[in-house]
Design a binder for this molecule. Sequence first.
Ligand code: PEP
Ligand code: MN
Length: 409
Amino acid sequence: MIIELKYNVTPKQIAALSDLIRQHGRTPRLLNGLKQIVFNISAVTGAIRDRLQEFRTLPFVDDLLETETAPDCYEIRLFFKLNAIEENVWDTMARLSALHCRYVRSEGERRIMIDPVDDALADTLRQLPYVDSVMPAGRRYKLVSREYCRTDSAVSIGGAVIGRGNFQFIAGPCAVESLEQMRTAAAALTRAGVRIIRGGAFKPRTSPYDFQGLGREGLDILRQIKEEFGVAVTTEAVSTETLREVAEVADCIQIGARNAQNYNLLERVADTGKPVLLKRGMASTVEEWFSAAEYLMARGCFEVILCERGIKTFESATRNTLDLSAVVIAKRETHLPVVVDPCHAAGRLALIPGLSRAAIAAGADGLIVEAHPNPPEALSDAAQQIPTADFAQYKDDLQPFIALMEKYQ
Ligand code: PEP
Ligand code: MN
């Protein structure tokens, strides 16, 4: 269960609460708290106090708490919602600067997790004056759930926002093959308005004899593409050994279907502090997929994007079966942005436009699509990559559907 503490909880009270929980034979785990900004204003700036009330109406602000620290002097704490992203914090700091307020930022600890659920303990904790709520979620996943965070989360990948009404295309080759290939792809894709480029440097391949990716050389190419085109990149991490190098380049780290339940890798990826695009395992249930996301969030990674990429079924007409029910469920039951990968589901080009339209209609917040300058020559997944020269047309054809869903770019 998760205990949400009141804003004005003191470190001493947190320590007392932890002791109480331990007395009940449970281990409390402090979760990263909400971002907050603290600042002081005095009576001279009384008008500012009124202006500050407007901050309450910002969609990413949870609350403002005013404490009179001396006559006519106030300490103001501004709390962000769980799903506030860095841009929201910067935006707020800019507004405060415009009002000539001096502030400090901090990351609070306001949530405690204890498992398993203990109803008697939950009742005791509810009585405490500094406990706001106790969520006795019996489910495997809590932090990803809508109960925990009612409004949609957004994730910023190098400034390109996905979720909370923002739709993004993530596009690029299956694998980084050469600088020239990535340059040609990035030129066409950025011209079409793509702001996040994909490309695997480390490729998890079914056969050990297949092209395994360029590895570190691939990461160098991605670094050059970022600089030259001013784009964000997402690339896959396949092992903890090379994670540090991947995290240096990636604006978003991809967890592939084959690693979707590699919990050690998930935790280490969460520790990098980068946004994560989490593919659903090809034989994972929806609950297993959400639980993998919970691993990331319980470790303090709040920028998680779920990605449906098709699952194994008896059907052989497609490479995998795109499970759009899972997209609808993910949008209903979690607050996370959801993207769809129609390419790894379909396995062939002809199906991609139709599946993309269906994904948008199901509520997806974005599409991650493979696009290659010359698909027949691709070193991996040749049949499912859109020729980069055709990408603008593919994207334009989807705009009316995105608009219909009231998602903007
Ligand atoms: C990929 O997107 O490069 C990839 C390997 O996909 P998946 O993990 O979904 O198979
Ligand atoms: Mn691929």
